[in-house]
Design a protein. Structure first.
Length: 94
């Protein structure tokens, strides 16, 4: 086993979905109703959370990883909602 194997779960390449597809999925899940409430909760427990100045470095790294993930979900959701709105406008103008 070498470092290259650690990049691939099970030693296989995992295809990444294009951002546009992920954005539409996020918009569908987090764009309204309970999904939006869930995203709001995730933001409250990560991005809006304050940690003590004497917190361990590992705790700070763990929280920053969570913040990154929530930020990514928020960004994809916003992008997906914009694309969904454009698709709707296009279909109405045909």
């Amino acid at each position: 086993m070498d470092w290259g194997d650690l990049k691939k779960p099970g030693g296989k390449d995992v295809p990444e979905a294009p951002d546009a597809a992920l954005a539409k999925m996020c918009a569908h899940v987090f764009g309204r109703g309970e999904g939006r409430d869930l995203l709001r909760h995730l933001r409250a427990i990560t991005k809006d959370r304050m940690v003590a100045p004497d917190s361990a470095e590992s705790a700070l790294r763990w929280l920053e990883g969570q913040r990154y993930l929530v930020h990514r979900l928020e960004s994809l959701t916003a992008k997906g909602l914009q694309e969904s709105a454009n698709d709707l406008r296009d279909s109405l103008s045909e």
